[in-house]
Design a protein around this ligand. Structure first.
Ligand SMILES: Cc1cc2nc3c(=O)[nH]c(=O)nc-3n(C[C@H](O)[C@H](O)[C@H](O)COP(=O)(O)OP(=O)(O)OC[C@H]3O[C@@H](n4cnc5c(N)ncnc54)[C@H](O)[C@@H]3O)c2cc1C
Length: 550
C-alpha cells in the first residue's frame, strides 16, 4: 500500500481524461495524476495510429473493454456488443475519428433545465473553438484554428461520393458547407480527427505534448476500484496495478472512465440507488437514484448496395493487398491506410415535427461491417443510418462488488413508438436517396436489407435482427437539478458530496445528434475551467441555422 498526495486525480486517461490532464496541469502548482486501466498507446502501434486499421482493436482485449448488453427485449433478445477503448486515449484511440459537434439546438435542449443555462450553444461554442484546429475553415465564425485537435476534412474523391451528393439533391435534400458550422442540416464532407495520415487521439493531441511536465503523472494498467471518502468528502482512490493495491489521496477526484465505467465506479463506491447498493452489501455514501440511469445511445444499420463498376474501396480490404497498403502508410502516410473511410454524409429531418435533424447518414464507398466482419464481397457501397435522439432509455447497474465484473447494460433499443417510427422513416429516406438516378450507373441492386423488406413491420424486424450500436453510450450520470440528476451543472460535482466530479460522456443530459466524441471533448474543456475556477469565455451568440425560425 502506498499513499501519495495530488491536487487532482483523474480516473481514466481517455478522451475527456487526456484533455483534463493537459488543462489542469498547465499551472505547475497543480499536481495531477492520471490513472488509466489500459496500456499505453505505443508509438509503434499501427492498429491505433493507422486510420484504416480502426476495425482491428474492436474485440481485442489489448484495446477493448469488450462489453455486451443484456438480452435486448425489443431486439429479439440479442446481446449487443459494445466496444470501449481500454488504452491511453480511451475510445478516441480506437474510434472512427468522425468529428461531429451535434446540432446547436442539442445544447439549447440541454439548457432547458433551469440549472443548465450556461450549457446553451452560445456558452459551448467558445469551447468547441478552443479545442479545434479546423484546417478546412481558417476564417469562419464557427470554427477554431488554434486548438490541439487538428481536423482534416474528408477528401471525398471516390466517384461514389460524387454520386451520393448528387443523389441527395435529386431526392430533395440540400448540401451544406460544414455540418459543424452555421448549418448542420444537409450533406457535406466530414471532419476527421486525423492529421497527416495518422489518427489524432485525445492522448496524442492533448497528453503527449505535455507528458514531461513535472507536475503530471500518468499511470497505465492501473484499475481504480473505488473512491475513498472521509464523511461526505472524496479524499482519494484505491487502484490495483501489477497485482498490488495502492491508495492515493487528492484534493479532487474526477471520474473520466466513460459512460459505463464512471457509474459503475460510483456504485462500487457507495454512490447510487441506496436500495440497490444495499442489496449488494454496499454501504451508501450518497443516495442518488439517477446514477446509471438515463443510458442513451445511437443504434444503426447499414443499407448496402452492390456496385457494378470497379470503383469502390473494396480492393483495399483484400488480405494480399494489406502488406503493400501498410508499407505505403508506414513510409509515406498515404494511400488507403491513411483514411478512416467515413469521409462524408449528412443530416436530415425525417418528419416536419422535429425542429432539427433526427437522422444522420455516413456514406462509405465500400460494403463492409463496422468491425470489419462479413464483407459483402465484391464492389459495393453503403449508408450507415439511424435516429439521433431516440427517447428510449436504459441503465448501467453493477451486479457485484467486484470492480472487474462488467455491469449489466440495458439499452432498450426500439422500445418506444417514436423510436420505431423514426426507424421506418430512416430506411425509407435512405432508399429514396440510394434509388436516385445518380446511382443508376453504379447500383447493381440492394444487398441489405434487400427486396424482402418492404413493410413497416418487415423494416422493424430487420432492424431488430441487424441493428448494431453506433458506440455512443452516454448520459448515465447526467448534469441537472432534478432528483434523478447526478451532477451539479455549475461544477460537475456529484450532488451532495465534496471533491468528487464526473467529466465524460456520462455527464450529458441528452445524447447529441451525431457522433459524440466532439461534444465529450467540449465538455472536458468547459469542465477544466469550472474545476479551476477560471473566468469563462464570453458567450458566442453567432446566429446558427434553424429550420423553424423562432
Ligand atoms: C469503436 C468506437 C468507434 C467510435 N467512433 C466514433 C467516431 O467516429 N466519432 C465519434 O465522435 N465518436 C465515436 N465513438 C464514441 C466516442 O469515441 C466516445 O463516446 C468518447 O470517446 C467517449 O469519451 P469518454 O472520455 O467518455 O470515455 P473514453 O474515451 O472511453 O475514456 C474512458 C477511459 O477510462 C478508462 N477507465 C475506465 N474505467 C477505469 C477505471 N476503473 N480505472 C482506470 N481507468 C479506467 C478507460 O480505459 C478509458 O481509457 C466511438 C467509440 C468506439 C468505442
Amino acid at each position: 500500500m502506498t499513499l501519495q498526495q495530488y491536487d487532482f486525480i483523474i480516473v481514466g486517461g481517455g478522451s475527456a481524461g487526456c484533455a483534463l490532464a493537459a488543462r489542469l496541469s498547465a499551472d505547475p502548482a497543480h499536481r495531477v495524476l492520471v490513472l488509466e486501466a489500459g496500456r499505453p498507446d505505443y508509438p509503434w502501434d499501427v492498429f491505433i495510429h493507422m486510420p484504416a486499421a480502426l476495425t482491428f482493436p474492436i474485440g481485442s482485449r489489448f484495446y477493448d473493454w469488450k462489453y455486451e448488453s443484456e438480452p435486448e427485449p425489443f431486439m429479439n433478445g440479442r446481446k449487443i456488443y459494445h466496444a470501449r477503448g481500454k488504452v491511453l486515449g480511451g475510445s478516441s484511440s480506437i474510434n472512427g475519428m468522425i468529428f461531429q459537434r451535434g446540432n446547436p439546438l442539442d445544447y439549447e435542449r440541454w439548457a432547458a433545465d433551469p440549472g443548465m443555462k450556461d450549457w446553451d450553444y452560445a456558452h459551448c461554442l467558445p469551447y468547441f473553438k478552443r479545442m479545434e484546429n479546423c484546417l478546412a475553415d481558417r476564417e469562419g465564425t464557427f470554427r477554431g484554428d488554434q486548438g490541439p485537435l487538428v481536423l482534416e476534412r474528408g477528401p471525398v474523391t471516390n466517384p461514389l461520393f460524387a454520386a451520393f451528393f448528387e443523389a441527395v439533391q435529386q431526392a430533395g435534400y440540400p448540401l451544406t458547407d460544414d455540418v459543424n458550422g452555421y448549418r448542420q442540416e444537409g450533406f457535406a464532407a466530414f471532419d476527421r480527427n486525423l492529421h497527416r495520415g495518422r489518427r489524432l487521439s485525445a492522448a496524442r493531441a492533448y497528453l503527449h505534448p505535455v507528458k514531461d511536465r513535472p507536475n503530471l503523472a500518468v499511470r497505465t494498467r492501473a484499475l481504480v476500484s473505488r473512491v475513498l471518502f472521509e464523511g461526505r468528502r472524496a479524499v482519494g482512490v484505491e487502484y490495483s496495478q501489477g497485482g498490488t493495491t495502492h491508495r492515493v489521496s487528492g484534493g479532487r477526484v474526477i471520474l473520466s472512465g466513460g459512460a459505463i465505467n464512471s457509474p459503475q465506479l460510483l456504485q462500487l463506491s457507495g454512490v447510487g440507488n441506496a436500495a440497490e447498493l444495499g442489496a449488494l452489501g454496499i454501504r451508501t455514501v450518497q443516495h442518488l437514484p439517477g446514477v446509471g440511469e438515463n443510458l442513451q445511445d445511437h443504434l444503426e444499420v447499414y443499407v448496402q448496395h452492390a456496385c457494378r463498376q470497379p470503383v469502390s474501396m473494396q480492393p483495399a480490404m483484400k488480405m494480399w493487398r494489406r502488406p503493400l497498403i501498410g508499407a505505403q502508410w508506414l513510409f509515406l502516410r498515404k494511400g488507403p491506410g491513411a483514411t478512416n473511410h467515413f469521409e462524408g454524409g449528412g443530416f436530415v429531418r425525417s418528419n416536419e415535427e422535429v425542429a432539427y435533424p433526427n437522422l444522420m447518414f455516413h456514406f462509405l464507398p465500400l460494403a463492409v461491417r463496422y468491425d470489419g466482419s462479413a464483407p459483402a464481397g465484391g464492389h459495393g457501397y453503403q449508408v450507415h443510418i439511424g435516429p439521433m435522439y431516440s427517447d428510449a432509455r436504459g441503465s448501467v447497474k453493477i451486479r457485484s462488488r467486484d470492480p472487474r465484473e462488467h455491469p449489466a447494460l440495458r439499452f432498450n433499443y426500439l422500445s418506444t413508438d417514436q423510436d420505431r417510427r423514426e426507424w421506418v422513416e430512416a430506411i425509407r429516406v435512405t432508399r429514396k436517396i440510394l434509388g436516385q438516378d445518380a446511382f443508376a450507373g453504379f447500383s447493381d441492386g440492394e444487398i441489405s436489407p434487400g427486396p424482402g423488406v418492404e413493410t413497416d413491420e418487415q423494416i422493424l424486424e430487420w432492424v431488430a435482427k441487424d441493428g448494431e450500436t453506433a458506440l455512443h453510450p452516454s448520459c448515465t450520470a447526467r448534469m441537472g437539478t432534478d432528483e434523478m440528476s447526478v451532477l451539479d451543472p455549475t461544477t460537475m460535482a456529484v450532488h451532495g458530496l465534496e471533491g468528487l466530479h464526473v467529466v465524460d460522456a456520462s455527464a450529458m443530459p441528452y445524447v447529441t445528434n451525431g457522433n459524440i466524441y466532439a461534444p465529450v471533448m467540449m465538455l472536458a474543456e468547459k469542465a477544466a475551467d469550472l474545476l479551476l475556477g477560471n473566468t469563462p469565455p464570453e458567450p458566442d451568440t453567432a446566429e446558427f441555422y434553424r429550420h423553424h425560425q423562432v
